[in-house]
Design a protein around this ligand. Structure first.
Ligand code: 5GP
Ligand code: ZN
Length: 136
């Protein structure tokens, strides 16, 4: 694992985060600069740099997890749809942005604004409840 990878530190609990779901291999938590309320990042726990360098099995697994998380996140936020984004230009640890959308351009990464801990805690709680109800 690269020494200074922020997401590896989140996996290890060295940096706090609002986790909404995890299994043995993947973790979903809230982005601290959400472009929309309920903006979730889904990552593999093992460090890997570029999503398209993942092997086919891992790639299919992470996309299937994003699919499973989409409906609980949509319900928790009341959004019309869930959009996905992959960039990785600022944090080189594979992550899929899972973003509630209602309008064109809602996924624009430039719209990211730092959210308060209270806001993050509130929406994380709603998402965790929907995930629990979906028995993921
Ligand atoms: P990308 O690499 O795809 O451009 O975006 C990385 C994302 O990680 C950004 O949306 C940014 O807000 C988020 N991010 C960066 N540092 C942290 C952090 O310490 N905690 C959380 N929860 N998100 C972070
Ligand atoms: Zn990492």
């Amino acid at each position: 694992m690269p020494e200074n990878c922020i997401f590896c530190k989140i996996v290890k609990g060295e940096i706090p985060s609002q986790k909404v779901w995890e299994d043995e291999n993947f973790l979903a938590f809230l982005d601290i600069n959400p472009v929309q309320q309920g903006h979730v990042l889904l990552i593999p726990k093992a460090h890997s740099d570029y999503i398209f360098s993942m092997d086919d099995k891992q790639y299919a697994e992470i996309l299937n997890r994003a699919k499973a998380l989409s409906e609980p996140i949509r319900k928790a936020t009341g959004a019309k749809r869930i959009g996905l984004g992959v960039e990785g230009l600022s944090v080189p640890h594979v992550h899929i942005h899972i973003i509630p959308v209602n309008n064109i351009n809602d996924i624009d990464p430039c719209k990211g604004k730092k959210a308060s801990q209270e806001e993050l805690a509130k929406i994380a709680d709603k998402i965790r409840k929907e995930i629990a109800a979906a028995k993921l």
